[in-house]
Design a protein around this ligand. Structure first.
Ligand SMILES: [Zn+2]
Length: 79
């Protein structure tokens, strides 16, 4: 999904030119935050991911937690 153009910036596919550059930049930033690898706060597995808006789940240990829509602050959960 991530393409690298000549200027070295990463641009995501999915939003066409009609949405404008600002929206596309915002979208790619949020999307990259959403898709980055995360460690499960319970078992440390990297499979920890969002299953719905605000709901984060680990398929390995079935740890489920409510957090942000696009990001999760694991430091806050552990304390
Ligand atoms: Zn887990």
């Amino acid at each position: 999904m991530v393409n690298r153009n000549r200027k070295g910036q990463t641009v995501l596919k999915g939003l066409g030119t009609k949405f404008g550059a600002t929206v596309r930049k915002r979208y790619s930033k949020v999307y990259r935050t959403l898709k980055q690898k995360r460690r499960c706060p319970s078992c440390g597995s990297l499979k920890f991911m969002r299953i719905a808006c605000g709901i984060w789940n680990c398929p390995k240990c079935n740890f489920k937690v409510a957090a942000g829509a696009y990001d999760i602050n694991i430091e806050k959960l552990q304390s």
